[in-house]
Design a protein around this ligand. Sequence first.
Ligand code: GDP
Ligand code: IMO
Ligand code: MG
Length: 449
Amino acid sequence: MVVILVGGQWGDEGKGKIIDLLSEGADMVIRSQGGNNAGHTVVSAGQEFRFHLIPSGILYPDAACVIGNGVVLDPRVLLEEMEQVESRGISIDRLLISDRAHLIMPWHPILDRLEEEQRGDDRLGTTWRGIGPAYADKIRRIGFRAGDLLKPRFLEKKLGFVLAKIKNPILRDLYGVEPLDREQILREYTKYGERLRPYLRDIFPIVQEALARGDRILLEGAQGSMLDLDFGTYPYVTSSSPSAGGALTGSGIPPTRVDLTLGVFKAYSTRVGYGPMPTELLDPLGEQIRRVGKEFGTTTGRARRVGWFDAVVARYTVALNGIQSIALTKLDVLDELDPIRICTAYRSKGELLRYPMSNISHLKHCEPVYEELPGWRSATSSARKPEDLPKAARTYLDRISELSGAPVDIVSVGAARDQTIWMDGSRLGALRDSHKRLQPVEQSQDQPR
Ligand code: GDP
Ligand code: IMO
Ligand code: MG
């Protein structure tokens, strides 16, 4: 059984919480793209964990946690995170790292920051973690892979070419900054190799064996589909494919083996960094949602931009990823708002549009068309069953399902694991009732609720 979990908006949808929930009984959890630009929060037994590279499934003792080939890996950050997790009594014995994963090298964060500075007013608002430059080098075929850490002679030779012939001239001649020292990098990365050696593997046969056994595999998406390199708001995107397709190429799982694609959405919209966000609220209401929802980045601490739920975005990402089921998080954050708005279409150049347009200047200037729904003005954070939710909240969920084209099967009303509602008739019922050995989900012929 293979489940793909993707973020349906601009990241930070609460994927960490939902992955943690679905990891119970999973045999394998795989991160397949992104790097330590991701920040996934899991609250478990009152303790908060923030994962940047280690799959969120690490909190369950049985799941193999794989950093897949599609990830860009900063070994220094990974080692720090491994130490932190271990210091909290969590075993990392089940961690596996694909030797095909590309490495963030010391020049990547430096170039990320320098390129952003060069862009001036047109900067993207990246996380400065070196993600874009590392993926660019992968595509240019001058990247370093995790397996290279175990080959000091190869590393030395390759540094001689990439650092001496390409990166240092750029740093020195283009940006006027200090070039990097080859020997120092060689020593540092060789040391990382020694420490990561027990975890580095060719993951391909391991995943194949898991598939052959019918293991339950969860693909933990990072970022969100609106940050997708191809289908997001280019160039205000990340440099990987956080969509379902990227989950497959980033893990080596074939599309024919996927049983369920689950989309995680927040009950409203947020975005960190620059780029169009049609439903953004730049008023006191936006401030209020940011405060109640504690919308400050897990990775960079930046204030997140906040707006109404955008069903145009949801319709698009449901269609793009083939999302069959929605987990909607942070419903509790809307408890005091009345009315609540949902964007149902965009108006642009006299036309009414159902999907975000590819032309981002049109997207930037489009006018969101809103529908108003009554708020529920009562606390939902202790709701555990669909019946516990106020009628207006259920109407809101139904409307999100109808507009986006996929049923809302899981509703989250707080950061803790138990602050979760499995909706009636949920096609994920098998997941709730017997976490182990999920039954393949039948494709429903019904209209979305
Ligand atoms: P991710 O990147 O998609 O994993 O999301 P983040 O962890 O960056 O941000 C989501 C934040 O919302 C975290 O601080 C979570 O603990 C928190 N959170 C998740 N679900 C809920 C929820 O239903 N209600 C509230 N109030 N907070 C939630
Ligand atoms: P999780 O997994 C939210 C955003 C950055 C920036 C753009 C490009 O926690 O949902 P990058 O450093 O990737 O080149 O930055 O992408 N971004 C995220 N926003 N959540 C994330 O991850 C993000 N990862 C990258 O803010 O706008
Ligand atoms: Mg996050």
